[in-house]
Write a protein that binds this ligand. Structure first.
Ligand code: HEM
Length: 157
């Protein structure tokens, strides 16, 4: 197995962990949390699961980026970022940058602020979290569909 194939395999494995976990939180955990008898109980359930998942994606998200950038460098795909036919390359990079910013910069910086706000109004915090996770999951699904189709020869334009 050459380095590009290894990078591709690790890339997809890390994407499965990260986006699969996002789907689990958006489609299973948050609806269950919202169905709890009190919003603060629901928020506690969500926060406990999200904390564990957040610790794990601190490994899988950087791995997606490192392997993706390695493939881009080795295959000399840089000009794809300027070509609209390869929109899915920019979508991958944009989604990754957003999550990196969230988990390594904004969340640690604003953790106390988010927690205080959520405690003061747990019902709307859960609602906002559900909307955010559903939107991110939709973007991730479109990106993954575009990436698999595009990487296997489908021409979007
Ligand atoms: C820094 C961010 C990223 C970079 C630079 C990057 C780069 C790449 C490259 C160069 C390829 C190979 C394309 C080809 O063979 O034509 C690829 C494939 C792929 N990427 Fe990414 N990627 C990144 C993030 C993501 C994210 C966030 C997702 C998930 C939503 C993702 C999902 C995929 C998938 C599913 C494939 C197709 C694998 C295959 O079927 O061969 N990537 N990526």
């Amino acid at each position: 197995m050459d380095d590009i194939t290894l990078a591709r395999a690790l890339h997809v494995l890390a994407v499965i962990h990260w986006i699969g976990g996002l789907a689990f939180v958006a489609l299973i955990v948050l609806p269950l949390a919202q169905a709890r008898s009190t919003a603060s109980e629901g928020l506690e359930l969500f926060a406990t699961i999200e904390r564990r998942f957040a610790a794990q994606v601190r490994v899988s998200i950087p791995l997606v980026g490192a392997t993706g950038l390695w493939m881009t460098y080795r295959l000399d795909f840089w000009d794809r970022f300027l070509d609209p036919a390869y929109w899915w390359m920019s979508a991958m990079l944009g989604l990754w940058l957003f999550f990196m910013l969230m988990i390594f910069v904004l969340e640690p910086l604003l953790h106390g602020h988010f927690e205080r706000k959520a405690r003061s109004d747990p019902a709307s915090a859960l609602r906002r979290m559900s909307q955010l996770h559903a939107s991110l999951l939709s973007l991730a699904a479109i990106t993954a569909l575009g990436a698999v189709a595009g990487a296997h020869g489908f021409n979007f334009f």
